[in-house]
Design a protein around this ligand. Structure first.
Ligand code: FUC
Length: 794
């Protein structure tokens, strides 16, 4: 449960991340100088705007006509007229720099991240003195804490300071060193060539937010001097530094008066509370808060191959997924990262979670809604971190408000829509800067339709009907209203979408390559999922019977999916040739995972075709794409293939490797590499591993659906399944040995198993009802645990 290294990080991607959901730190410094990259999750460029494009309404019928006439390239070009501005960017706060006055010559260096406790430590010796640094980001106290100690009295001489690449001033306020800054009003995306990419407002009168960071120290001995250069700690043996930060962000809509306190007051008050605590109580509060989430799931996949002291980077290059211990670490690391980047009340994790060092980060470090944002949250429910899902669910509520205007202004439809990208300001309009964005990504009005799946899943796992009634269903219904108005008759009575893309992928026609056509499989599948979820929700809530019927009849008329000439599930409504057979997006398989439209039982032909499609895509891609394929192969019940994909993912990518689309992996710090760094691969890996062990997306719960041959013996506990179940499983010789299922809601449990099972509760065997050859059902009581064994095994 440790990431460990025997030398300091030399670059950011060798650093180790800490976070409390809001504040992030990337520890990537050396011995003589420690460096912690700082982040605050509301620190973005920009201010509220909408970006809606009233001209889109007139363009829409013309684009639809071109599509009908199969003039796809012209349709591509015309969709550009429907675009709005790019989103804003997630920005770095700056760095916390600690200079140790003991020189750089040292020995016995070790740095560790213990993900069981969310604690970082650095330890080394200079001569006979052992220096230690212990660091964490506390959620209960909302500060980053650094504890420094020397084994010999009075040996700590340290200078600490703050710096930022954003406009700022430095000053001393009482005994604190304070950095006050202003964010730019605008930052151009990294992929836009611009002479003036970062634009600040008038000093003192700009629209960019302000932010402040405060640094303080309490020393047990020695001397502390705070001056305009920073904090000087002289001749101490033990001291604790505290970093606190806040911004003036006042909600995505910046309604005046909503926020009572400014950045400075907020940052200061967290610091007041933290500095008044002894170090041990801060540390204890942090660990118990973190463990209350982390400890819920345990996983054992086999005997670790790597020797105890081996560095994590060495372990990755030597073993990849052959070391079950490394796969366990990867699984739990995703959980660590979600707990560290997404807590109730914080912003949703963006492309880099909350860790970003660049003023023009890749893809603006924004919310990319055509896969990456959803992927970030795939592990939340199944891996027992439903609380960490909340920031995304809240964000969906914001997007629904802004997206209702976009739907109305751009298309004149009901409901709400979001497109390819979003940001802190809940951007919902198509991006592209009024014509500059390639339609293959810039044109995609399905963001809202896909995101609402998360609202339903939060309910499906928890069974929380109040949440479904008051929050989830109304937002889902509004997204469904958009979809109803968006669908058009394809001329044969079927309903389709147009203009439509299969995100980021293009097709070839006799005329050339294009992106825009009608009824991409992804559009149809996402709408199918939304309508199905809405219908089930309305049924559970016993509401909206008429609306339910309407959805049902419209769902019936959705343009049917098709099997193409290679036996593949067609990605588009015509059997076009792919622009790139090995493309990273597997959008047309969304009904296999994370959706449930396609299955062996319900849609065997399409399911088999989807498998062929995945086969054709191959096993090489970006980090996040490999993660998706782990989960997809699990849904095809091919654990060996999932493991192969995990192996491809556990491939060391070097810092500085340029943007790549066919060879992703992880960095030395086990963070996902597209490359560049993108955190979604980590989250997909955790979700995919969970999917190998438990599935519940269909009408039953399945244990060990995709166990690879090499995981002969192991156990997992604490995974969640839809319907309100918590599951623990032990397996041996590659087979189920026993399982415990705890029922949270008291609903019937339906289990799929090819071998006969015995269910007992409190030592008494239950009568189970056999539904068919492979599924059985038994009633449960809320709070009760049921033991499952294979008949004949006892
Ligand atoms: C989509 C992907 C890219 C990258 C970007 C953030 O555009 O196709 O690979 O993940 O999002």
């Amino acid at each position: 449960m440790k990431l460990q290294y025997d030398r300091p990080a030399s670059v950011w991607t060798e650093g180790l991340p800490m976070g409390n959901g809001r504040l992030g730190g990337m520890i990537f410094g050396g011995v003589e100088q420690e460096k912690i990259g700082l982040n605050e999750d509301t620190l973005w460029s920009g201010y509220p705007t909408d970006g809606n494009n009233p001209g889109a309404k007139e363009v829409l019928p013309k684009v639809r006509k071109l599509i009908q006439e199969r003039r796809y390239q012209e349709a591509d070009t015309l969709t550009r007229e429907m675009q709005g501005p790019y989103t804003q960017s997630y920005l770095p706060f700056g760095d916390l720099l600690l200079r140790f006055e003991h020189g750089g010559i040292h020995h016995s260096y070790k740095r560790t991240l213990d993900i069981e406790q969310a604690l970082h430590s650095v330890e080394y010796q200079v001569g006979n003195v052992t220096y230690k640094r212990e660091m964490f980001a506390s959620n209960p106290h909302q500060v980053i804490v650094l504890r420094l100690t020397a084994s010999v009295q009075g040996k700590l001489h340290v200078h600490a300071a703050l710096d930022s690449p954003l406009r700022h001033t430095l000053q001393v306020k009482e005994d604190r060193f304070v950095l006050s800054g202003t964010a730019p009003e605008h930052v151009d995306p990294s992929y836009v060539a611009s002479d003036n990419p970062i634009r600040y407002g008038e000093p003192g009168a700009g629209k960019g937010m302000v932010f402040e960071g405060q640094l303080a120290v309490t020393a047990e001995d020695g001397q502390v001097i705070v001056d305009s250069q920073g904090i000087h700690l002289l001749g101490a043996t033990a001291a604790t530094f505290y970093f606190s930060a806040a911004t003036s962000f006042n909600g995505y809509d910046n309604v005046p008066g909503k926020r009572e306190k400014g950045a400075s007051v907020i940052a200061g008050s967290f610091l007041n509370i933290a500095t008044a605590q002894p170090y041990t109580s801060l540390r204890d509060a942090h660990i118990s808060d973190y463990r209350s989430l982390f400890d819920r799931v345990k996983l054992k996949l086999g005997t670790p191959l790597a020797p105890d002291g081996m560095s994590t980077s060495q372990r990755i290059t030597t073993y990849a997924a052959e070391d079950p211990g490394l796969v366990e670490l990867l699984f739990h690391y995703g959980r660590y990262l979600l707990i560290s980047s997404s807590r109730p009340g914080t912003q949703a994790a963006n492309l880099q979670g909350i860790w970003n060092a660049l003023t023009r980060p890749p893809w603006s470090s924004n919310y990319t809604l055509n896969i990456n944002t959803e992927m970030n949250y795939w592990p939340a429910e199944v891996c027992n971190l439903a609380e960490c899902h909340m920031p995304l669910l809240d964000m969906i509520g914001n997007l629904a408000e802004k997206g209702a205007e976009t739907a109305q202004v751009n298309y004149g439809t009901r409901g709400w829509t979001a497109h390819h990208n979003s940001d802190l300001w809940a951007h919902t309009a198509p991006v592209g800067n009024y014509g500059g964005g390639d339609p293959s990504w810039a044109y995609w009005p399905m963001g809202g339709v896909w995101l609402t799946q998360h609202l339903w899943e939060h309910y499906a796992f928890s069974g929380n009907e109040t949440y479904l009634r008051t929050t989830a269903y109304p937002l889902m219904k509004e997204a469904a209203l958009f979809a109803l108005d968006w669908l058009i008759d394809d001329g044969s009575g079927n309903l389709t979408t147009a203009p439509s893309t299969s995100p980021e992928h293009k097709f070839r026609t006799a005329e050339g390559i294009a992106a825009v056509s009608s009824g991409s499989t992804m559009d149809i599948s996402l709408i199918w999922e939304l309508f199905t979820n809405c219908m089930e929700a309305a049924e559970r809530l016993e509401t909206d019977m008429e609306f339910r019927k309407e959805l049902e009849s419209v769902r019936e008329r959705l343009q049917p999916l098709q099997v193409g000439k290679y036996g593949q599930l067609q990605e588009w409504s015509e059997d076009f040739e792919d622009e790139d057979t090995y493309h990273r997006h597997t959008s047309h398989l969304v009904g296999v995972y994370p959706g449930r439209q396609l299955s062996e039982e319900e849609t065997p032909e399409w399911f088999a075709a989807a498998r062929t499609s995945l086969e054709r895509r191959g096993d090489e891609s970006t980090g996040w794409s490999l993660g998706w394929r782990v989960a997809l192969w699990s849904r095809f019940r091919d654990g060996n293939r999932s493991l192969r994909l995990l192996s491809n993912m556990l491939r060391l990518v070097k810092d500085g490797d340029t943007e790549q689309y066919n060879h992703g992996g992880v960095y030395a710090n086990l963070l996902g590499a597209h490359p560049p760094f993108q955190i979604d691969g980590n989250f997909a890996a955790s979700a995919g591993i969970a999917e190998m062990l438990v599935q519940s997306h269909l009408s039953y719960l399945e244990l060990l659906p995709a166990l690879p041959d090499s995981w002969q013996k192991g156990c997992v506990s604490g995974l969640r399944a839809r319907g309100g179940f918590e599951v623990s499983i032990r397996w041996d010789r590659g087979q189920l040995a026993e399982a415990q299922i705890t029922s949270m809601l008291g609903t019937d449990c339906v289990l799929r198993s090819d071998v006969p099972l015995i269910v007992t509760s409190n030592g008494t065997q239950l009568d189970t009802i056999r539904i068919n050859a492979s599924t059985l059902r038994f009633p449960t009581s809320a709070g009760q645990t049921y033991s499952i064994a294979v008949e004949g095994d006892q």
